[in-house]
Design a protein around this ligand. Structure first.
Ligand code: ADP
Ligand code: MG
Ligand code: ZN
Length: 476
């Protein structure tokens, strides 16, 4: 029997506000434990939460970016449960009436583009953090994180493969970063993902029972966990068993998921509207203002690059996949308007270099001005395309600009016809045998002569001029 996986993802993105969602405490990472706290986020009796306007604005931005509604009226609810990192005994979250519903994003896969539905987006507060020290049988509670604003983005169960899940998450993160509303940093916990997975016999319509996997802290782990879970559920079914609805944890070392607890149903949380917070009413005018201030997003940039710069869809897609890469590309084009060549250099040489060194494009040792300058030197004929690779490597190593590297290393291309003629004459004289063969019809030997000239000039001869002179001498 063949199975088809069904996957839905819940993303929690920490919003980049200065203060928490319901109080004025700092959201800065890494403060001394419990210093970014106040009676509100500590859950003291008698205090009242006040909604942070920026949190709403950022969520409206995201809703618009992923084709979701912005609901005129939404509500905050209390999600009740007991845990030591939750001082109030409940988490304020949106439940029945979230701020945003029914959107979609397109994800680019190797062979196709797929549309993934977005069920809802809502706002909520984060809980605190428990830490444990080796050898001390206690839990330490840090409440700096309680009340940090989160946005939860819930996908439809439209995802079918681990690769699609990865592409979906990358796209969501890219949008968050284009909007500048979240760092989207998975390793630091500002971008977290729970994966819901079920399988069904291929061709069947109803969904199977799902497991929800938590503790996914990298893109690689999301894909690995989903892969494992698909395999596990298949084994369960093929052994005649049944998949149970539950929450599972992923262990990255063992590359397996483990049962954590039976999945609680919504009623276990005794959700009810938070009586301390008024219903949130968003006027049309505010939405229009936010819409007017939206930056150009990746998909729009991609379309523009294809039209304005005649780039291929693939190249435009790679360059706009992240805001940082698009910024770098546009900065280069501003310096020197050769978008196609710039795209090539970024995608091949620069990305290769950054990958090898594990750096982001923002940490690139080669600046946009440097890369543009390098391409300008090729176009002017100062250096050959081949030598340019050497210059690029030297720029990456030393951070010097291309003109300096070319000068210091004496890499200027030899285009002086007189100089080249002298060199070529000498080569022809000492290669009489090959000259004879060439003139007898073995024209493939042209490559041999070019090679000799390049050897003599240490690769610096202008290939076009070399070819012209060789032809003139050999064909006479
Ligand atoms: P909860 O709040 O209990 O996690 P939701 O109904 O909000 O439940 O669904 C959470 C996620 O689970 C959504 O992303 C949804 O697409 C996904 N999902 C729902 N049913 C299935 C299923 N049978 N298989 C895989 N994913 C599912
Ligand atoms: Mg869930
Ligand atoms: Zn506070």
């Amino acid at each position: 029997m063949e199975f088809e996986p069904v996957i839905g993802l819940e993303v929690h993105a920490q919003l980049k506000t200065d203060t928490k969602i319901f109080c004025g405490c700092s959201t800065k990472f890494g403060g001394k434990p419990n210093t970014h706290t106040c009676p509100v986020c500590l859950g003291m009796p008698g205090v009242l939460p006040v909604l942070n306007r920026k949190v709403v604005e950022y969520t409206i931005k995201m809703a618009l970016a992923v084709n979701c509604s912005v609901e005129r009226e939404s509500r905050f609810a209390r999600k009740n449960y007991f845990y030591p990192d939750l001082p109030k005994g409940y988490q304020i979250s949106q439940y029945e009436l979230p701020i945003s519903l029914n959107g979609w994003i397109d994800i680019d896969l190797e062979k196709e583009t797929r549309r993934i539905g977005i069920t809802r987006i809502h706002m909520e507060e984060d809980a605190g953090k428990l830490t444990h020290e080796l050898g001390r049988p206690v839990s330490l509670v840090d409440l700096n994180r309680t009340g940090i604003p989160l946005m939860e983005i819930v996908s439809e169960p439209d995802i079918r493969t681990p690769e699609e899940a990865g592409a979906y998450l990358r796209k969501i993160r890219s949008i968050l970063r284009y909007l500048d509303i979240s760092d989207g940093n998975m390793e630091e916990g500002s971008f977290r993902c729970d994966a819901n997975i079920s399988i069904r016999p291929k061709g069947s319509v109803p969904f199977g029972t799902r497991a929800e996997i938590k503790n996914l802290n990298s893109f690689k782990n999301v894909e690995k966990a989903i892969n494992y879970e698909i395999y596990r559920q298949q084994e369960v079914i093929l052994d005649g068993g049944e998949v149970v609805q539950e929450t599972r944890l992923f262990d990255p070392d063992k590359v397996k998921t483990f049962s954590m607890r039976g999945k609680e149903d919504a009623h276990d949380y005794r959700y009810f509207p938070d009586p301390d917070l008024l219903p949130l009413v968003i006027e049309e005018e505010w939405v229009n203002q936010v819409r007017a201030g939206m930056p150009e997003l990746g998909d729009q940039k991609k379309e523009r690059y294809i039209k304005e710069f005649s780039l291929s869809a693939y190249d435009a897609g790679v360059l706009t996949a992240s805001r940082e890469t698009a910024n770098f590309f546009e900065a280069c084009v501003k310096e020197y308007k050769e978008p196609k060549q710039i795209a090539n250099w970024i995608m091949v040489s620069l990305m290769g270099l950054l990958n090898a060194e594990g750096k982001s494009i923002e940490e690139s040792p080669v600046t946009p001005g440097g890369l543009a300058g390098l391409i300008r030197l090729i176009d002017k004929g100062t250096i050959s395309g081949k030598i340019a690779k050497t210059v690029f490597e030297e720029m990456a190593k030393t951070g010097k600009d291309p003109e300096t590297v070319v000068e210091e290393k004496g890499l200027v291309q030899v285009s002086d016809a007189g100089e080249l003629e002298t060199i070529i004459k000498a080569i022809i004289e000492s290669s009489q045998e090959q000259v004879g063969q060439y003139r007898a019809g073995k024209t493939k030997l042209m490559g041999f002569f070019v090679g000799q000239v390049m050897k003599e000039t240490r690769g610096k001869a202008n290939p076009k001029i070399v070819n012209e002179i060789l032809k003139k001498f050999l064909d006479e």
